[in-house]
Design a protein around this ligand. Structure first.
Ligand code: ADE
Ligand code: ZN
Length: 321
């Protein structure tokens, strides 16, 4: 039912969206044994967030060529389009795509963009990219990623972010990378307030000057901060299914999305790493509608907020909703 509502997704990790069967197929082709990362039903298996990061990196290790990313991008966008997504922004990391070798990064990016163009023609879904270093790989790796991002910034590569273990380092350790990305014209977001509390959100806003926050849910533990976020118009990329699957909240009804929205925060809805968390954009909409009795009007408002907060050009934004 909700699959027919047009959706805008701002928080999606490209590798994290890889269907387990896709990763298993690639591993078999390359004779890489990664059977330990799946459960008996063939789903990704992890104990907690930190184990999830290990499983994520093991799955990502089978993606070794630009052609792999071309196939991955097509598979992911086909799934998203089936959920009614018309525009999506994907986190892509040079740490997984070519490392510090800028020419390899360009090849990966080219392959991803070619697949995105194909998906746009086939499924009418538009994709844009956000370069996203991994926090626990450290500030030096993030600098390399920022240099790759600055070299390839433009109408397609539109943003810069930071994912990974929020407990590793401080936002200000990454300020150089965010400053370089901003100077190159990239728009900024950062994972914060998922495994760190309100202070972690405050530090990301203050030290990285981001306009969106990935998750940010734990701002709810400090209502003065919630009011600051609302006042500043900072957009939260909320991923309720991810937070529930990783044990941050026991169910959708306990998730703060409705309270944040009621208090004036600009909220959006995304899946984060859909197969890991047994979700899709259509399922997120269904589960939120049930938990909070939201009607289509609320979802239209959320899609509009998401389109306004998208990092693409004005011209692209005009086309998406
Ligand atoms: N990378 C992929 N999913 C993530 C999440 N939920 N938090 C931080 N880093 C991630
Ligand atoms: Zn994320």
């Amino acid at each position: 039912m909700s699959a027919s509502l047009p959706k805008v997704e701002l928080h999606l990790h490209l590798e994290g969206a890889a269907p387990p069967a896709f990763i298993r197929g690639l591993a078999a082709e390359k004779k890489i044994d990664i059977s330990g990362i799946f459960d008996e039903r063939g789903n990704y298996a992890y104990r907690d967030f930190w184990h999830f990061l290990t499983v994520y990196e093991a799955a990502t290790a089978v993606l070794t060529t630009p052609e792999d990313y071309h196939r991955l991008t097509l598979a992911v966008l086909e799934e998203s389009a089936a959920s009614g997504v018309v525009y999506s922004e994907a986190f892509i990391s040079p740490d997984f795509c070519g490392g510090r070798d800028l020419s390899a990064w360009r090849d990966y990016l080219h392959a991803i963009r070619e697949a995105a163009d194909l998906a746009e023609r086939r499924h009418s879904i538009v994709l844009r990219g956000i370069v996203t270093p991994i926090r626990h790989f450290g500030p030096d790796k993030a600098k390399e990623a920022a240099l790759c991002a600055a070299e390839t910034a433009g109408d397609w590569l539109v943003g810069f972010g930071l994912a990974g273990d929020e407990k590793s380092g401080k936002p200000k350790d990454f300020a150089w990378s965010f400053d370089a990305a901003r100077e190159a014209g990239l728009r900024l977001t950062c994972h914060a307030g998922e495994w760190g509390g309100p202070d972690s959100v405050r530090a990301a806003i203050r030290d990285l000057r981001v306009e969106r926050i990935g998750h940010g849910v734990r701002a709810i533990e400090d209502l003065a901060l919630v009011d600051e976020i609302a006042e500043a118009g900072i957009v939260l990329e909320l991923c309720p299914g991810s937070n529930v699957a990783l044990g941050l909240y026991k169910d959708y009804r306990s998730h703060p999305i409705d309270r944040l929205r009621e208090r004036g925060v600009r909220v959006t809805v995304s899946t984060d790493d859909p197969p890991f968390f047994h979700t899709t954009m259509a399922l997120e909409y269904d589960r939120l509608a049930e938990a909070f009795d939201w009607d289509d009007g609320v979802f239209h408002e959320i899609a509009k907020t998401s389109a306004e907060a998208a990092f693409c050009t004005f011209k692209t934004r005009e086309k998406i909703l």
